[in-house]
Design a protein around this ligand. Structure first.
Ligand SMILES: NCc1[nH]cc(CCC(=O)O)c1CC(=O)O
Length: 321
C-alpha cells in the first residue's frame, strides 16, 4: 500500500463542521484525537466552519418546529458539497442527526468512542419528571422526547424549544418552561454537565438512535483521509450503530416519527431495544432482541420488524406519506 501523505501546516487535513458550540467541540475533539494518533501538531489540521441552510432558517424561524423548516439534510447538504468540491476533506457529525444513506461519492464509517447515551433532565425547579407540578410546561423540539414524556405524564404542556444550550438555559431562567431535555453527551462535550438535574436511565427514556456518537464522513476515493482516520475509529461504537441504524432504516424513520433505539454489547453478544410511539404518547410499542456480534445488522432489522408486526392498523397514519 502507498505511504500516506501526512498532512502538514502547508497542506493540512481540513475538518468541516457546523459553527454551533457543540459542533465546534466535536471538531476539536476529533482534531485532538488525530494529533495524538499521528503525533502531529495542531497546524496539520484545519477546522473549517461551513454555514448551512438549516442554521440560517433555524435562526430566522426560531419558534417554528424543525420539521416545518425542512428535513435533516438541510444541516448537512452544504457540508457534503464542500467535501465533494475539495474545500474540506472530512466532515464531523453528530450521528443522531445523520440520514442512514449518504450521497454518492461519500462514506460515513469512522466513529469516535461513544459518549453517555442518556438524556439529561434540565430544570431549575424539579429534579425528575415526576417532581414536576401538575400541568407544568416543558420545552422540547424533539418528537421522541415529547411522546415519551407524555406517555408518562399526559398532564404536562409542551412548547417548542430550540437553539443552543445557552439559549435554552436562558429560556428556563425566564420562566418560558419549567424543564427541558438535552443529551448528556452534548452537555459533557461542552463542559456543562452540571446543568443536568439528572441523567435519565434508558429504561425510563430510551435515547435516540446513535445518540452520543460522533461520525466522520469522507470522500470514498480519499486514501489519505481513510488512513488518517483508521486509528481513531472505535469498533464497539461501530457495532452498536450498525444495529441501531439498521433498525432506523428498516422503520424508514424521518424526523416526524417518534423512534428510540439503543444497542449494548454484553459479553460477546449485542442486545438491542427499540421503541415507537404515537406523537401524543398514547401508545408506546417496544421490542428487543439479542444476537452474536457478527449478526449486528440483522438484529436491527429483526427488532424493527417485531415493532411493525405489533403496530395496530392505523398506527402510522399520522405519518406524512
Ligand atoms: N438534534 C440536535 C442534537 N444532535 C446531537 C445532539 C447532542 C449530542 C449527541 O447526541 O451526540 C443534539 C442536541 C441534544 O439532543 O441535546
Amino acid at each position: 500500500m502507498a505511504m500516506t501523505q501526512m498532512p502538514t501546516p502547508d497542506q493540512p487535513l481540513k475538518l468541516g463542521t457546523r459553527g454551533s458550540p457543540l459542533a465546534l467541540a466535536q471538531a476539536h475533539e476529533t482534531r485532538a484525537r488525530l494529533m495524538a494518533a499521528h503525533d502531529l501538531p495542531e497546524a496539520a489540521f484545519e477546522v473549517v466552519v461551513i454555514k448551512t441552510t438549516g442554521d440560517d432558517r433555524a435562526m430566522i424561524a426560531s419558534d417554528k418546529p424543525l420539521k416545518e423548516i425542512g428535513n435533516k439534510g438541510l444541516f448537512t447538504k452544504e457540508i457534503e458539497e464542500a467535501m465533494l468540491d475539495g474545500r474540506i476533506d472530512i466532515a464531523i457529525h453528530s450521528m443522531k442527526d445523520m440520514p442512514t444513506v449518504q450521497p454518492e461519492g461519500l462514506v460515513l464509517d469512522t466513529y469516535l468512542p461513544r459518549e453517555d447515551v442518556r438524556d439529561a433532565f434540565v430544570s431549575l425547579k424539579a429534579t425528575t419528571i415526576h417532581d414536576l407540578p401538575e400541568g407544568a410546561v416543558v420545552g422540547t423540539s424533539s418528537l421522541r422526547r415529547r411522546a415519551q414524556l407524555l406517555s408518562r405524564r399526559p398532564d404536562l404542556k409542551l412548547v417548542e424549544f430550540r437553539g443552543n444550550v445557552q439559549t435554552r438555559r436562558q429560556k428556563l431562567a425566564d420562566g418560558v418552561a419549567e424543564a427541558t431535555f438535552l443529551a448528556m453527551a452534548g452537555l459533557n462535550r461542552l463542559g456543562m454537565t452540571e446543568l443536568a438535574a439528572g441523567a435519565i436511565a434508558p429504561e425510563d427514556m430510551l435515547p435516540a438512535v446513535a445518540q452520543g456518537a460522533i461520525g466522520i464522513e469522507r470522500r470514498v476515493d480519499d486514501a489519505r483521509a481513510a488512513q488518517l482516520l483508521s486509528p481513531i475509529h472505535d469498533i464497539p461504537t461501530e457495532q452498536r450503530l450498525t444495529v441501531e441504524r439498521a433498525f432506523l432504516a428498516t422503520l424508514d424513520g424521518s424526523c416526524e416519527t417518534p423512534i428510540a433505539g439503543l444497542a449494548l454489547i454484553e459479553g460477546g453478544e449485542i442486545w438491542m431495544r427499540g421503541e415507537i410511539l404515537r406523537p401524543d404518547g398514547s401508545e408506546c410499542l417496544r421490542a428487543e432482541g439479542r444476537a452474536s456480534l457478527s449478526d449486528a445488522g440483522e438484529l436491527g432489522i429483526d427488532v424493527a420488524r417485531a415493532l411493525l408486526d405489533q403496530a395496530p392498523k392505523g398506527f402510522f397514519d399520522w405519518k406524512r406519506g
